[in-house]
Ligand binder design. Sequence first.
Ligand code: PNS
Length: 164
Amino acid sequence: MSTLAVYPGSFDPLTNGHVDIISRGTRIFDRIIVAILMNAEKSPLFTMDERVEIARTVFKDYSSVEVDTFGGLLVDYAERRGAQAIVRGLRAVSDFEFEFQMALMNQRLKPTIETVFMMPAEQYTYISSRLIKEVFSLGGRVNGLVPELVEERLRGKVRAGGAR
Ligand code: PNS
């Protein structure tokens, strides 16, 4: 049986922490679907189409990675796609409480789908999409923390007056 996992999130924007978890995931699962949540935030920095395009470009050489969008309950989406697992990254103890609640709620909703937690490489443990946006918008450097394409797109947002 081939194994399929869903790696859900907002990815606004994709960081090297996400990329690290996805590439680790490809060593465990036959296929991974990067599932971008639709309408999570009222005013995301990157549109849905931009986030999909960025993730597809970054993972273009990974035949086992698919990028998709989803709405509604994550477990319903995972079941519809035939996934056995949900992958979530755990950076620090502070992530644990919320992740634990979500994993148990998802387990209650769909007991057959397992949540698998993975740790990113140590150098990514402090990165979050929120901090990337804040640091970049205030003129800080984020090179090495996000894919180059994301950096380019962030610069584009500044030029367009989007990243305030
Ligand atoms: O990138 P994020 O914001 O940490 O991702 C959160 C996400 C998308 C995994 C979570 O908000 C989610 O699963 N939303 C879908 C709706 C749902 O199933 N909610 C119940 C979760 S217990």
